[in-house]
Design a protein around this ligand. Structure first.
Ligand code: FAD
Ligand code: NAP
Length: 459
């Protein structure tokens, strides 16, 4: 929390030097961008925050990542909307850093640039067969059911009985749940209509969730597991022998959240599976070695290391083959350098930063800064922290010279014929989507084509 004295010094400074009102450019309108803007605008009234976004629509992974059957998570959109409507915050969509404007230009036009453009790519398995036409990244599958314009045409063939998901995080669980949920449940959500049509003729009966480590190291969380266990028409089928080391002694050593989820898994392991047409099969201690047309070759692992939760998977000589016509890899998202001037750690996919600071006047937050980990709340605390740092720095150092901010950026963008989507334009797209959804009995039907979004925005 910013101390009151710091706030009042900041206020006095900026009142004295009105023309030097700090201008902050936030790049990326996901949770990190909106939460940082909220904090800046709340703490410093004399500030201008402009949020630039690549797409004509805001909210990042809240719109394009969060599963359609989790509408309650999307309530944060109301908070983001209030922020966008504050007098000292503006949203400008359809502007891509690295394409329409460079980092150097933004740093010339604004006192502070805060990069919050997330993690747009995914980690790759890099094993033989991973570019096979029936092997997809979960990121693309999520984009397909959530209406990411570039993923709308994904050729996901669900005319198969078994799917292997690689990775045991919550993204993998989201995808498994969407594949196994009865279609009538999905019909009530904002899932894209074409995904709904394809899911309604899906032949998928078995979804394997393959992790390289054991039950104690699984990345999924209890709420998400509970949802899988409760799925109608679907049984969860564990391999009981994979729990032989999960003894009461081991469980007692675990922290509370791990203990609870492990107990839930064990309870489910002990119950005899219900007879159901569909099955969810978590499989531990397996590393994918090669992907073939209808199967996947897995290496059997053992665990090494003393600390239970950070034990590493070590391959043994044993192998196993699983029949699976479709393979979906869910082993993490990955950030990319949007501009060549960015100090970037390629293997981690993050901007090099020290608690959000990149360089004088340049900051980063959210998944671009931390890597693709954590929920919206984690991203929120990170964004508040970095916004706090920005306030301290501009309070201590102050803007040295006036900067033009958006007035000049607008000129640059217009010279490149970039159509700028303002908040009121997004409201038109929003209204259109809600109206289209109403016709189908859904909360919204997303527009999938950027050109169509721009047409509605300008209409
Ligand atoms: P993002 O949300 O990715 O926002 C980045 C924004 O930057 C995007 O709008 C993007 O279009 C924009 N952008 C990208 N490149 C550029 C560029 N060059 N120029 C301008 N703009 C650009 N958390 C939960 O709490 N609950 C959940 O149910 C949940 N479900 C999730 C499901 C999935 C599939 C995923 C991947 C994550 C989920 N999360 C969930 C985590 C949550 O989405 C993240 O914590 C959060 O979105 C990270 O926020 P961010 O702002 O860093 O990135
Ligand atoms: P994640 O939680 O980090 O899980 C990644 C999974 O991939 C882990 O099981 C990991 O195993 C595995 N993995 C990584 N590299 C691998 C490799 N080379 N080979 C085999 N397996 C590999 O990532 P995520 O699922 O993408 O989720 C990202 C964040 O978003 C998480 O914090 C998540 O909680 C959040 N999220 C939340 C929700 C929700 O709240 N409902 C929904 C979706 C996402 P190891 O553990 O062995 O590395």
């Amino acid at each position: 929390m910013l101390r009151n004295s710091t706030v009042s010094i900041a206020r006095r400074y900026f009142c004295d030097v009105k023309s030097l009102k700090p201008k902050v450019c936030v790049v990326g309108a996901g949770p990190a961008g909106f939460y940082a803007a909220q904090h800046l605008a709340k703490k410093l009234k004399e500030i201008q925050v402009d949020i630039l976004e690549k797409l004509p629509v805001p909210f990042g992974l809240v719109r394009f990542g969060v599963a359609p059957d989790h509408p309650e998570v999307k309530n944060v959109i109301h908070t983001f909307t209030k922020t966008a409507e504050s007098p000292n915050v503006n949203f400008y969509g359809n502007i891509t850093l690295g394409q329409d404007v460079s980092l150097r230009q933004l740093r010339e036009l604004y006192h502070v640039v805060l990069l919050t453009y997330g993690a747009e790519q995914n980690q790759k398995l890099n094993i033989p067969g991973d570019s096979h036409e029936m092997c997809f990244a979960a990121r693309k599958v999520v984009g397909w059911y959530n209406g990411v314009p570039s993923d709308a045409n994904l050729c996901l063939d669900l005319n198969c009985e078994s799917v292997a998901l690689i990775g045991q995080g919550n993204v993998a669980i989201d995808v498994a749940r969407i594949l196994l949920t009865p279609i009538d449940e999905l019909k009530k959500t904002d899932i894209t209509q074409y995904a709904l049509d394809q899911l309604s003729t899906s032949k998928v009966k078995r979804v394997y969730l393959i992790g390289r480590r054991g039950p104690l190291q699984a990345a999924f969380t209890i709420k998400e597991l509970r949802e899988m266990l409760k799925l109608p028409n679907c049984s969860t089928i564990w391999r009981e022998e994979q729990f032989q080391d999960v003894t009461p002694d081991v469980i007692n050593k675990l922290g509370r959240p791990k203990k609870r989820i492990t107990e839930l898994m064990l309870k489910s392991v002990r119950e005899s599976p219900r007879e159901n047409p569909k099955g969810f099969y978590p499989i531990f201690m397996r590393t994918p070695l090669e992907i073939f047309e209808n199967k996947i070759l897995l290496g059997v692992n053992k665990l090494a290391g003393d600390d239970l939760l950070t034990q590493k998977a070590v391959l043994t000589d044993n192998k196993e083959t699983i029949e699976s016509e479709l393979v979906i890899t869910s082993i993490g998202y990955k950030g990319v350098p949007a501009d060549p001037d960015l100090p970037f750690i390629e293997d981690k996919g993050v901007v090099k930063n020290d608690a959000g600071r990149v360089d004088k006047g340049l900051y980063t937050s959210g998944w671009l800064a931390s890597g693709p980990m954590g929920v919206i709340l984690t991203t929120m605390s990170n964004a508040f922290g970095v916004a706090e740092q920005i306030i301290k720095d501009i309070t201590n150092e102050g803007p040295q010279e006036p900067k033009p901010g958006f007035s000049e950026l607008k000129r640059v963008l217009q010279s490149k014929n970039v159509q700028i989507v303002e908040w009121s334009d997004w409201e038109k797209i929003d209204k259109y989507e809600v109206e289209q959804g109403e016709k189908l009995g859904k909360p919204r039907e997303k527009v999938l084509d950027v050109r169509k979004m721009l047409e509605i925005a300008s209409g």
